[in-house]
Design a protein around this ligand. Structure first.
Ligand code: RP5
Length: 198
């Protein structure tokens, strides 16, 4: 139940765990209908593809059982409107649970989850993803003094890269993977460009 999940988050926040064993990035979204955009991104590729395929992160599904890979993300559905208590518990325990950055996605015209998560999790950085085009204004519309960074509609792939950029300030291996990814991207552009001129 939702109450069990909330209790679990608070229990995990109270545990003393080495940084290497806790998830580094939390991905939250307002509905399971956001899952595809947030994780595999439909045509474009999503946060899951960026983390797993490009940056060598693993998904951590059990807080107390860290995968072999050092850098991990976890995924939760925490609706601002249907489960505001779970959204609040997730955001207020995030720092104590060892997260370094949150990616938050929501759709619809009142896409409040990223904004509310950013306000409650402050000063932890939150990257907002408008799941649909019509959610862009809602997600980027934060009042002065309540910051949140955001990517364009549906660009959860970029949100993952931005989250990794934040981690890279403290974790050299993540920095190196980002540099390698960018180099590969340059090569791809070069291949396409050469093909056009051959
Ligand atoms: C938002 O409303 C969710 O983030 C989702 O994108 C949208 C519609 O949700 P469902 O009705 O498909 O669950 O809060």
């Amino acid at each position: 139940t939702i109450s069990d999940l909330i209790d679990r988050l608070h229990r995990e926040a109270a545990l003393e765990r080495p940084d290497a064993d806790t998830p580094d990035v939390g991905i939250v979204m307002g509905s399971d209908s956001d899952l595809e955009t947030m994780m595999t991104g439909g045509k474009r590729r999503g946060a899951y593809d960026a983390f797993v395929d490009e940056l060598g992160f693993a998904e951590q599904t059990d807080y107390e059982d860290a995968p072999a890979e050092r850098f991990t993300f976890e995924t939760y559905v925490t609706s601002a409107h249907r489960t505001p208590d779970l959204m609040t518990a997730y955001a207020e325990t995030a720092e104590d649970r060892g997260l370094e950055v949150i990616i938050a996605g929501a759709g619809g015209k009142s896409a409040d989850l990223p904004n509310m998560t950013a306000s409650i999790a402050y000063p932890l950085p939150v990257i907002g993803v408008p799941v649909q085009e019509k959610s862009v204004d809602s997600v980027i519309g934060m009042p002065t003094g309540a910051p949140m960074v955001a990517v364009d509609a549906g660009k959860s792939f970029n949100a993952a890269l931005s989250a990794a950029q934040i981690l890279a300030r403290q974790h050299e291996p993540v920095r190196e993977r980002l540099v390698d990814y960018h180099e590969a991207l340059r090569e791809d552009v070069g291949v396409v460009s050469r093909a056009l001129h051959d």
